[in-house]
Design a protein around this ligand. Structure first.
Ligand code: CMC
Length: 427
């Protein structure tokens, strides 16, 4: 097979190298396209654009494959723990026992969030959406650790450990503030997931017994969300970081990107949609029809479809099974689970969804588990952010380590051509 691609334009033929990844994915390297031809590419939504070469996550949307650093998501979800997966993503290998202990210790040693951060949080109105507080407080961390502005002066590893340590604390603080309850201090005797649950659901000054079923379910969900290559929020983190903005500022931007309902915000939308269907008598066919007429109704089935998965989302498969397991272990009977299953079945048997390759995605069943764990709906996307944090960090570090240039797409200008300025009085 040829290792160059030819492009003929304006009567001339140009050659561009073909780049092949370790899983035989192929790309045409057009880095010199404009220099050679004067043309740029136009690819709205970057549907065909490989923005980087990355060694972190492999995803095959046709076959429904997802791997972190070569390990299958099925294996990791069944056998690993979230901190081990975070280490794997960030440092490239699964930690041995000593590396794991040191990693956990360094995270625990950064678990205390500065008091000034609480003051900032308290300045937000009571009913502020927690994603606003999360992104704002993560951004604010740069103010408390100003060495983060200057990569050379600062210790990146310290910022990495601090972010992993403090994001769950900030999330739990935001929840406590909304409930009007006192915050619960981090407990370094607990593992990562149990500590988060204790800060969320414990009461200050009282011992909180973490249900191992809940901690295990959370562990699985966080692993499933830990990375997903160049999605909207990860591309945001890399793009912001490419200007050499600091880690906190870059992650804060990623949190904002994640919040959108077409991305991580979909998990909240799914539960709200399922509740609406339930309140409306549970007629799933009506909602499938509305989604089929999305152009007229403006209604989409949240939790369905994916830019890359055109067969099935392997995370959704694991989550659907986990939802059944967790609800039965916890003795929770959530009627929206049945509505979700009915909706899935109706959609998967409908030509509109089949022909467009629209399948349930990671967000379709995750909310049902979060709800069974006692997480309020407006915190679902916050949980996604806690899960995605190691992926964002790994991608940010990779982008810096490989010295990627500042991200700066081109455009095709379609506005007015040159016109004469008219004074205000003449307009
Ligand atoms: N319900 C109804 N129709 C849909 C849906 C949906 N959920 N998703 C896509 N379509 C239709 C769309 O109208 C279009 O139809 P047509 O060809 O007739 O114009 C076709 O399918 C292709 O859609 P698209 O918007 O061009 O596809 P995309 O790759 O740009 O968008 C998506 C991917 C995930 C944004 C989209 O499927 C969607 O909006 N889904 C609902 C939101 C959601 O669940 N997001 C979570 C994604 S997974 C978690 C994450 O990583 O963020």
């Amino acid at each position: 097979m040829s290792n160059t691609a030819e492009l003929s334009v304006d009567g001339k033929t140009y050659q561009f190298p073909i780049v092949e990844g370790s899983e035989q994915e192929k790309a045409i390297d057009i880095s010199n396209l404009r220099d050679q031809t004067g043309y740029v590419t136009l690819d709205k939504g970057y549907k065909n654009t490989g923005a980087t070469q990355s060694a972190i996550t492999f995803l095959d949307g046709e076959q429904g494959i997802l791997r972190y650093r070569g390990y299958s998501i099925e294996d990791l979800a069944a056998k690993a723990n979230f901190l081990g997966v975070a280490y794997l993503l960030i440092y490239g290998e699964l930690p041995n026992q000593q590396q794991y202990q040191e990693f956990e210790k360094s995270i625990q040693s950064h678990s205390q969030v500065k008091e000034g951060m609480q003051t900032i949080l308290n300045g937000f109105p009571q009913d502020t959406h927690p994603m606003i507080e999360l992104s704002s407080l993560v951004n604010a961390l740069s103010a408390f650790y100003p060495d983060s502005y200057n990569e050379k002066a600062g210790d990146t590893e310290e910022h990495v450990a601090r972010l992993l340590a403090q994001l769950p604390t900030i999330a739990a603080w935001s929840y406590k503030k909304a409930k009007g309850q006192a915050t619960v201090q981090p407990n370094n005797n607990l593992d990562y997931c149990s500590n988060f649950l204790s800060m969320m659901f414990g009461q200050a000054g009282e011992e909180y017994k973490v249900d191992p079923v809940v901690a295990e379910a959370l562990n699985t969900l966080l692993i499933l969300h830990a990375d997903h290559e160049q999605n909207c929020s990860t591309s945001t983190v890399r793009l912001v970081g490419s200007s050499q903005a600091n880690l906190y500022a870059s992650i804060s931007a990623g949190i904002n990107a994640l919040w959108g309902p077409l991305h991580g915000g979909a998990n909240q939308e799914v539960i709200e949609m399922l509740e609406d269907i339930k309140a409306d008598g549970g007629d799933v066919a009506k909602y499938v029809d509305m989604a089929k007429n999305a152009k007229q109704t403006g209604f989409r089935l949240f939790g369905f479809g994916h830019r890359v998965y055109k067969n099935f989302d392997p995370r959704a498969k694991i989550i659907k099974k986990a939802a059944d397991d967790v609800l039965s272990k916890l003795g929770v009977n959530d009627p929206v689970l049945e509505i979700a299953k009915g909706l899935e079945e109706a959609a998967l048997n409908d030509d509109y969804f089949v022909s467009r390759k629209l399948y349930p995605n990671v967000d379709f069943y995750s909310g049902i588990i979060y709800r069974a764990l006692g997480i309020p709906t407006n915190m679902f996307t916050v949980l996604f952010a806690i899960g995605r944090l190691p992926g964002w960090i790994a991608q940010w570090k990779e982008m810096r380590a490989t010295k990627e240039p500042i991200g700066r797409p081109r455009q095709i200008y379609v506005g007015s051509t040159l016109r004469d300025f008219k004074a205000l009085a003449d307009r």
